[in-house]
Design a protein around this ligand. Structure first.
Ligand code: ZN
Length: 41
């Protein structure tokens, strides 16, 4: 689970990939998790 904290991807994108939803994860960007917020700034 350390990858979850070290990843720079969207948190949801990471979770989707972790559960095998690769297609859904490709265009994922929730805009609300800390990593998405960092990208916006
Ligand atoms: Zn996100």
């Amino acid at each position: 689970m350390n990858q979850y904290f070290s990843t720079k991807k969207c948190r949801w994108q990471f979770l989707l990939e972790a559960f095998g939803f690769f297609q859904e994860a490709q265009n994922m960007g929730c805009g609300y998790c800390d990593n998405c917020i960092k990208k916006k700034k």
